[in-house]
Design a protein around this ligand. Sequence first.
Ligand code: HDD
Length: 717
Amino acid sequence: MGSSTLTERNANPKAGRGARIGVNPTVDPLDRVRVDSTGQVLTTNQGVPIADNQNSLKAGLRGPVLLKDFILREKITHFDHERIPERIVHARGSAAHGFFECYEPLTDITIAAPFQAAGKRTPVFVRFSTVAGERGSKDTARDARGFATKFYTEQGNWDLVGNNIPVFFIQDAMKFPDLVHAVKPEPHHQMPQAASAHDTFWDFVSLMPESTHMLMWVMSDRGIPRSYRTMQGFGVHTFRLVNADGEAVFVKFHWSPVLGTHSLTWDEAVKISGADPDYHRRDLWEAIEAGQYPEYELGLQIFTEEDAAKFSFDVLDATKIVPEELVPVRPVGRMVLDRNPDNFFAETEQVAFCTAHVVPGIDFTNDPLLAGRIHSYVDTQLSRLGGPNFHEIPINAPIAPVHNNQRDGLHRQAINRGRVNYEPNSLAGGCPFQAGGAGFVAFPEPVRGNELRGKPEKFAEHYNQAKLFFDSQTPVERAHIIGAFRFELSKVTVPAIRERTVSMLANVSRELAEGVAAGLGMAVPAPMTPALARAPKPEVRESDSLSLFARPGDGSIRTRKIALVVADGVDAASVAALQAALLAQGAVPRLVGPRIGPVRGSDGTMLDADASIENEPAFLFDAMVLPDGDAAVDALMANGQLLEGLKDQYRHCKTILAFGASQRLVEAAGLPPTLPDGSPDPGLLVEPASNRASIARFIAAVARHRHWARESDPPRV
Ligand code: HDD
């Protein structure tokens, strides 16, 4: 790869230079297939110009439509077949192009192409997703999030198909169909959509204590991220890196967002799902369009097989992490997402990630969950994308040229020349020939043992790391976890399932079990009998890195959405000053009025409200500013939607700034001026006037994201 960026390479995306099949669509772009109809005549799929796209061909104006109207029939037939099956899981997603840039060569541990030189850039396509919801479901459901990255390397495509949570519900792929059936809408009435808060899910997981650890993560605020740009990603399984001498180390992959890890509150997530079901999709799209490219650092936990043998847990068990205190995370590169797809279907929908897609230098381990995945992803594309040639769909084609004797099949595009489609051959000089040691060589792990079904003993330990996770959370996060279990289980109609789940939680933490039981109006049941009578002693009992607050981000307020409320009579000068200051910090201020359109300031200056209190409710913003100006405040005092929005801002612990006369709005909304402990609320700024100091105080408060000290259960406001 040269040093030019993807953006430069794609400066003329519509150029149509006729790239070859097998040439990376994301770099020398999809020119072969990109279509720009500017200035072009409408045609059929056969390229025949269409004279009339309004009327079908009839025998007389009031007569029957004729069967020979191939133009009508082609149009309708194509339309009839526009949909393809949605993904069985992770159906709803959003994606972006970008690049991975390596910090330093990792040649001592792997020959994998992306890690061979400092500054080397490898193009990537990343798709984020929810898991349970259907393609048209909401973005802010409580769920794990997919974080799948396709690296287009010159040694072939490598897909790192991860999640925003480093562990999984189950240990063996044998249970995956059961898990998915349990969490999806119940089969008799197809409810609920995009939600785990129902009987079948909790029935299943409460009978599968290995799911306890993952439940902690999903019930934490990680299950409701603020944005795809503010969540981590993990490869989950232990993989292998292999160097030129064939030596292997174990590795765990971690993505960490530069903006830090931030989440929503549950009340906020529920409201957003109504006002903007595309909340995460829109956020990703708008950030990239605005040039605020999402960036993540890739970190590796590298350890040897000998290290792993000593751990109290099994690294082949996908329900376990390797605590960072045991093996630190080494930063090795960064990923920048700098281009939105041109076409959602062609790219985001048709992209096919497969855990089987690895390149020389990266290999699997014997994790039994991974084994099932290596089969499942390729298999599912056969029905989802309609056959074995899905690798030729432009978004899936590698940059490495493809040469083999695989032929034909539905929708084949490659036109393989010559009469040889077998190997060995002499008629084509033996080509394409085997790469030998230069090709992918599976790590020669010695294998022994009897064929049997079962699990290694350490897999039977289910609670140590669930406890590690819960005990490593701040009090605020622990309260949210308890609240999430309470909510989910309160939707479960069968008391025995609720009780069984709480008995499982009793093995994790007394505080957790008591909190959840109290919220469900039940006594704490006896702890579920653990599968292992004597659990191995964990090496680590608390790990700061497991808290979302461990990654506050770069301290900036970049891309934070801020509502500047305006109405006729507003002090326009203070709005303008604040707007300029926020833009200078990379934030996204928007003028929100009682209706969209022009607003007249008290000095006659005209402002333009591009959002309204009705169409962009307060909970869609990260912070809110109330204006000065008596007439404006009078008008807003009569607006119940605004007062409700203020309460939401307060309840969701976001920063509120009220200038001058708008103190009346704060009082009318009933926002307490002090925290429950009587101290001043650092996120509720009532400022007499707009000046440099008050704006700086506001920016500092927004940079803190949330003011959790305000929170109480139930909320005071
Ligand atoms: Fe999976 C999709 C992540 C376990 C079978 N999975 C899918 C996607 C992600 C993950 C991010 C969406 C990819 C995209 O954006 O197109 N899956 C995971 C993780 C797992 C996991 C992190 C545990 C560590 N998955 C898992 C198992 C199986 C599958 C155990 C089957 C045995 N997953 C699939 C699938 C999907 C899929 C059915 C649906 C659509 C697709 O693959 O392309 O094959």
